[in-house]
Design a protein around this ligand. Structure first.
Ligand SMILES: Cc1cc2nc3c(=O)[nH]c(=O)nc-3n(C[C@H](O)[C@H](O)[C@H](O)COP(=O)(O)O)c2cc1C
Ligand SMILES: [Mn+2]
Length: 476
């Protein structure tokens, strides 16, 4: 059975019972869906939710499906440890080019809405955070054909739903989506775009991979899935869309026109990147007869994990080229702006070189690199903080790199404010915190521990509880 959203749901239920919560009470798509994610997030829990009764929507909704390392490891057929430490997420995986199937073999063609029927207000599209300008598609993989090379390209882009028939799209600076759109615009033509909603997390990871050159994401998805993605002709556009998606929305970007988009809370947890954006007119919607609309909890852990994971892999690849022994990399999911790198240090220049390699991997968003020794687990916040407390001296070990971030990123530190409160774009700085011990042969103070063999002698079951009236033993 080919992999898709529902094959993954079944896999989660089999391997991680309790990880998918069904909510069958009536839920308002305006804040009701993110409310469940936020309520559990406060308790430090990140189950996936399947909503079967979202008000006004024709389909059920799944959210938070890719919100944990454990489910992502399951999706990619690996362990959490391997997912966090492998230097290349695609390593050892063979390429599987997409295969085209007939529409009879494409579940996404079971229901077809065209003309006046193709209305976005029939779908349960969530509004996520308090000041969002409206409902947003957050898990739609946008597929476009580059008019120059004819390659099919894919990426996740945010879509502000304006009304039943139109929505916005945001292509960030250097992304191929924007390049392709500009090429159609230059000819004053509409840009065809298919939005695939609801698929296996491996498919989504393929779509957000930084594949060099335009296109290649279907192959990257095939590599993550370990099998070819089945694709099918769109109804109204000359593109191929995933046959096993839950829903596909087909649209055309209006040439030469823009509309104010946003506000929308991005992954830093902030309202950034609003402004005039291209407009998509919907031309068709197709789906499975029991389709599930997939949502990503925007500005939540799911959003940061999906964006952070491919970057962790890229930082690993780049840092391992400049140090003798890279031990671990973490971009902590609660910020996604910092990066912890642990190395087995052999000379005192390595931490700086490691930090620059990490910064250069993602100069737009990473702006603080903490380098630690190999005895520090980069996934343990307390351990990293302990290393900064005991091995870092600000005067010697802090390096500030001025004019590092361009104003194009998503960080508000890339703005300054004049005395009237007006925003001006500016360059912001980055810093390196070297929390490593001096390199050998220097003898740095030893970290204390109780010997493991002694700890193993402890038998908690042999204790009894202290009770009132208990007599202290006499001196022997
Ligand atoms: C949940 C999520 C939301 C994203 N939203 C956007 C977005 O609104 N605009 C954008 O340009 N990139 C967004 N991205 C990043 C792109 O999908 C990603 O960088 C992709 O590789 C871009 O592909 P492209 O260069 O082929 O266009 C998002 C990524 C994730 C995981
Ligand atoms: Mn691309």
């Amino acid at each position: 059975m080919a992999k898709d959203l529902r094959s993954f749901l079944n896999e989660v239920v089999e391997h991680r019972p309790g990880d998918v919560k069904i909510v069958d009470s009536a839920v308002d798509p305006r804040f009701g869906i993110t409310a469940w994610g936020a309520a559990y997030e406060r308790r430090g829990e990140f189950p996936a939710f399947l909503f079967t009764n979202v008000e006004g929507g024709a389909t059920s909704v799944v959210t938070n499906l890719a919100a944990t390392w454990e489910r992502m490891a399951l999706a990619l057929g690996t362990s959490v440890h391997e997912l966090q430490t492998t230097t290349n997420m695609n390593e050892g995986r063979t390429a599987h080019p997409p295969v085209e199937v007939a529409r009879e073999q494409a579940p996404v063609k079971e229901v077809v809405w065209t003309g006046d029927e193709a209305r976005l207000d029939r779908l349960p599209i969530p509004t996520h955070n308090h000041a969002d300008g409206g409902p947003y598609l957050t898990a739609a993989v946008g597929i476009m054909r580059d008019p120059l090379t004819e390659e099919l390209n894919a990426g996740i882009y945010r879509h502000h739903v304006y009304d039943a028939r139109s929505m916005g799209v945001w292509f960030f600076g250097s992304h191929h989506g924007g390049t392709i759109h500009r090429r159609y615009e230059q000819k004053m033509e509409g840009t065809p775009i298919g939005l695939a909603i609801g698929h296996h997390p491996g498919f989504l990871m393929g779509a957000v991979s930084r594949v060099p050159g335009i296109g290649g994401e279907y192959n990257a998805a095939g590599a993550f899935l370990g099998e070819s993605v089945e694709v099918v002709r769109a109804e109204k556009l000359d593109i191929l869309v995933p046959a096993r998606a839950e829903i596909v929305i087909e649209g055309v970007i209006r040439p030469g026109e823009q509309r104010e988009e946003g506000p929308f809370a991005e992954w830093p947890g902030l309202y950034v990147a609003g402004g005039p954006k291209p407009i998509i007119d919907v031309v068709a919607i197709t789906m499975r007869r029991d389709a599930v609309f997939q949502d990503i909890q925007s500005a939540g852990q799911e959003h940061r994990l999906m964006g952070g994971l491919p970057r962790i892999a890229s930082v690993q690849a780049n840092v391992s080229k400049v140090v003798d022994e890279l031990v671990g990399v973490n971009i902590p999911l609660h910020t996604r702006m910092h990066c912890y790198v642990s190395i087995k240090k052999t000379n005192d220049g390595e931490p700086t070189r490691a930090a620059f390699a990490a910064l250069n991997t993602e100069p737009e968003n990473l702006r603080m690199i903490v380098v630690v020794d190999d005895d520090i687990d980069v996934h343990d916040e307390k351990a990293v903080s302990w290393a900064v407390g005991t091995r870092f001296d600000a005067e010697r070990d802090l390096q500030i790199i001025p004019r590092w971030n361009g104003p194009a990123g998503l960080l508000p530190t890339n703005w300054s404010y004049d005395d009237k409160g007006a925003r001006q774009p500016r360059m912001s700085s980055a810093c390196i915190i070297d929390a490593t011990k001096p390199a050998p042969p220097i003898q740095y103070p030893d970290r204390a521990y109780v010997p493991q063999a002694a700890i193993e002698e402890v038998r908690p079951e042999s204790t009894s509880d202290f009770t009132p009236g208990w007599e202290l033993p006499a001196v022997r």
